[in-house]
Write a protein that binds this ligand. Structure first.
Ligand code: SF4
Ligand code: SF4
Length: 434
């Protein structure tokens, strides 16, 4: 077993050198009946029904898109119970008892390479929609939507940047699933009839860059290249990545596709490979579980619906069990905090961070300007915060908070420990109202 680690750099540096662990599939898995953002799910199964791995068991009516729900185990439906959702609210979850047989649903069948070569972009969209593929980098945006158009795509960017501190699951995926990532990229080339692909990796990951460059020698003239990009945060923000890789400024309110660019997170590419080649929905994913609050930070392959408690146990439990903990789903900059560890892993969870709570009192703003200098979207967080405090709606709207990508930098750099990003979030809500 590895030694407990505490510093931000130790955790990230160490974890990216260690293999991903496959977590034992738990006895029970859970699927949210209500994700607290969209409407309630309609389940097609009832208590006592037997379900198969990969079986479609329900449908959630998203505000804009339907979201199919698939079982991540074979077993028996047992009913409902409440747990925390990543929204921070307690919601009802369907409980399935795992029979540990992993019996696949008959719809899970491989496609031959010849079949895949003949698929159109519309075919890809149908496959990804049926398999409930979403952005696995944490965006949870339905992937099929990116395929559901006939826009000319000149270049595909693969976001392998993983720029948030602590998280290393994508880097390990890149190392451990290299062939699937490259084959997944060739599927994107087929779908978009686009040869040029740039895999964007931070310059500091020299070994990973070398590994991919070396491997790509066997894909000669494929059009796939590695593109080293800057080591800064938020380099993984798609607008910053496009600027670094292609020198193109995507104007506010415009989409990369309007510039002939399609971009995909590297975990999403892996998911696309699984959906297209094996017709498998996302039933498991890789996540980092780390932070100074747990003994043995690790990367895991986890079945969807696994309770967080099972992961924490595998991490050796808490470093200081008597101290209050801060739980964050996602990265420390853009993640969502949770009131407890009673939460369930869903396909949008990229990482779980557990910290020993250190109370830092907010001090008055000293007008240092750090939040303004560090904002990647050119906003004035201090001014927006003042406008929110004054309930000055016209001023809030004039300061254009909707440009904010919630990167968290303004809070991170604030020497007065003011949670500036929380004010910007409130400003965004104000700006959306009349
Ligand atoms: S979170 Fe703060 S720093 Fe980041 S984009 Fe929004 S205002 Fe700018
Ligand atoms: S970083 Fe903090 S202290 Fe400095 S101007 Fe912004 S809000 Fe004020």
């Amino acid at each position: 077993m590895i030694a407990p680690v505490s510093s931000i750099h130790d955790t990230k540096g160490l974890l990216q050198t260690l293999p991903t662990l496959a977590l034992d599939v738990p006895d029970y898995v859970y699927f949210a009946a209500d994700n607290a953002r969209c409407g309630a799910a309609e389940f097609y199964v009832k208590e006592g029904d037997r379900v198969l791995l990969g079986q479609l068991i329900g449908m959630r009516d998203g505000r804009f898109f339907k979201q199919p729900i698939h079982s991540s185990v074979s077993g028996t439906v047992e009913g409902f119970e409440e747990h925390y959702h990543r929204s921070g609210k307690k919601v009802k979850f369907l409980r399935i008892k795992n029979d540990h047989k992993d019996e696949w649903d008959p719809s899970i069948k491989d496609r031959s390479d010849e079949e895949i070569a003949k698929l159109t972009r519309a075919d890809f969209a149908k496959i990804l929609e049926a398999n409930a593929m979403v952005g696995l980098g944490g965006s949870s945006f339905p992937t099929y939507v990116k395929f559901n158009n006939d826009k000319k795509i000149e270049v595909i960017l693969i976001n392998a940047i993983e720029c948030e501190p602590y998280i290393t699951a994508d880097i390990r995926l890149m190392m451990e699933e290299l062939e699937k990532v490259i084959v997944g990229i060739t599927y994107l080339q087929i779908a978009f009839e686009c040869k040029k692909v740039l895999i964007c990796i931070k310059k500091k990951h020299r070994e990973l860059i070398r590994m991919y460059q070396e491997y790509l020698r066997r894909y000669e003239n494929s059009g796939i290249e590695v593109c080293p990009v800057g080591n800064f945060y938020p380099q993984g923000w798609e607008i910053a990545m496009i600027k670094s890789a292609l020198g193109i400024d995507v104007a506010t309110g415009h989409l990369p596709s309007e510039y002939g660019i399609a971009n995909f997170n590297v975990s999403t590419v892996w998911g696309i490979y699984e959906a297209v080649k094996h017709n498998r929905p996302v039933y498991e994913r890789r996540i980092s579980v780390t932070g100074d609050g747990i003994k043995y930070p690790s990367n895991f392959i986890v079945r969807l619906g696994t309770p967080l408690a099972a992961l924490l146990e595998k991490c050796g439990g808490y470093t200081e069990p008597d101290k209050d903990k801060v739980f964050i789903l996602g990265g420390p900059m853009m993640g969502a905090s949770l009131p407890s560890d009673d939460c369930i892993i869903t396909k949008t969870v990229t990482s779980v961070l557990v910290f020993n709570h250190e109370a830092k009192e907010e001090a008055p703003c000293i007008r240092c300007g750090s939040c303004v200098y560090s904002c990647p979207t050119g906003l004035e967080p201090k001014q927006i915060m003042d406008a929110v405090k004054a309930f000055d709606k016209p001023r809030i709207k004039a300061l254009n908070p909707l440009k904010c990508i919630e990167c968290g930098l303004c809070s991170y750099v604030c020497t007065s420990h003011i949670r500036v990003t929380d004010y910007i979030r409130r400003a965004k809500m104000f700006a959306k109202t009349k």
